[in-house]
Ligand binder design. Structure first.
Ligand code: SAH
Length: 351
């Protein structure tokens, strides 16, 4: 049996095969990897792509992650935050465009206290009862996650960034740590959220061993969604002069993830689309099945600048929606109007 069909069948990969695939220059092996991953995705999800409307609610952040353009230490960033009304307007526009999931993402901005955020979440759910609400607001207390879940939030995205504590410490200042990040993820899972995690490919100091540890951690967490994208430098960060992550390595990682997690929701991310002209299409051809187009007001889009040259910062949401549909139809897929819930067994709710 080939190493690819072995991984596909067992949904396991050992560290030697993993390194072999990441470093291979063997076109035949890589073609087999890609085809197998795409087949698995099609077997689970057909040619349907789920979409989530991404609303970037604030670029104000108390954290100082070395890779991120909206880190608090970036004095050149023009800061903004969206009001409850602006967020609700984005959702209404998104609903009209066929979105049935809204992802509210932002920096760790204290303005969005539990009271403020619960009110926003319940207002969205009241206005659009057929929609899922996903939050991506970083690390909060368990009590906060519980209150937001109670208010109606269905899902939470929190990338672990790297599962290796020493590597984590090279990407973040000392006030942040991997243990807390993991604790947040397990708390979210216990509270009954559909959880998304993930990491950047090619972040500074990342090794093949680190990526393997990321896979092992994901096998432990069993998240509903796994989001990965290449690291891309931002000119006003400590990593301004670091090399960008490799698109090829990111695509190989997407394919491996699909073989290990056949039912997972795997987005073809904006970072992937930024790093290569048809990056998101190629992501889908390597097993991704979700797209997260931007629904943020055009006036603030350029300000949510996590990395340089981010795509889709100038278009209206409606244009984005049409552009995306055209792009994925060109590769034989189509967008579905659906909440696109995870097919993974959601972890039993804590009693
Ligand atoms: N504050 C939230 C949202 C972070 S932004 C949180 O902590 O979860 C979402 C993701 O963008 C991050 O988790 C990170 O993996 C990714 N990201 C940040 N800076 C990036 C960069 N320079 N290149 C590529 N991805 C980046």
């Amino acid at each position: 049996m080939s190493i690819i069909s072995d991984i596909r069948q067992s949904q396991q990969i050992d560290s030697i095969s993993f390194r072999h695939i990441l470093e291979a220059e063997d076109d035949e092996l890589l073609a087999e990897l890609r085809a197998a991953a795409q087949q698995v995705a099609i077997a689970e999800y057909g040619h349907e792509i789920y979409v989530r409307g991404l609303i970037e609610i604030s670029n104000i952040c108390k954290n100082n992650c070395y890779y991120c353009g909206i880190r608090r230490g970036n004095k050149n960033a023009t800061r903004y935050r969206l009001s409850r009304e602006q967020i609700l307007d984005c959702c209404s526009m998104g609903h009209a465009l066929g979105f049935r999931t809204f992802v509210l993402q932002g920096g760790e901005d204290a303005y969005y206290s539990d009271t403020v955020m619960c009110d926003i979440v319940s207002a969205i759910k009241a206005a659009h009862p057929d929609c899922a609400v996903t939050l991506s607001l970083g690390e909060r207390s368990r009590a906060s996650y519980a209150a937001l879940r109670e208010a109606g939030a269905d899902r939470y995205l929190l990338r672990h960034e790297t599962a290796n504590a020493e590597h984590y410490a090279k990407l973040h200042p000392a006030e942040m740590n991997l243990a807390n990040r993991k604790q947040c993820l397990f708390a979210l899972r216990e509270l009954g959220y559909q959880v998304g995690s993930g990491f950047m490919v090619g972040s500074p100091y990342q090794t093949v061993e680190h990526l393997y540890e990321d896979l092992l951690f994901l096998q432990q967490l069993q998240p509903a969604m796994i989001g990965i994208g290449p690291f891309l430098h931002h000119h006003d960060t400590p990593f301004a002069n670091e090399a960008d992550g490799s698109v090829e390595r990111c695509l190989r990682m997407i394919a491996i993830l699909r073989l290990l997690f056949p039912k997972a929701l795997i987005p073809a991310t904006t970072a992937l689309g930024t790093a290569a002209a048809r990056g998101r299409e190629r992501g889908i051809q390597h097993g991704a099945n979700v797209l997260m187009p931007n629904l943020s007001p055009v006036a603030v889009r350029r300000q949510y600048e996590l990395y340089d040259n981010k795509i889709c910062t100038g278009e209206e949401a409606a244009e984005c929606r049409v552009c995306l549909a055209r792009r994925i139809e060109s590769i034989g897929y189509h967008i579905v109007v659906d909440r696109g819930d995870s097919k993974m067994v959601v972890y039993a709710q804590a009693t």
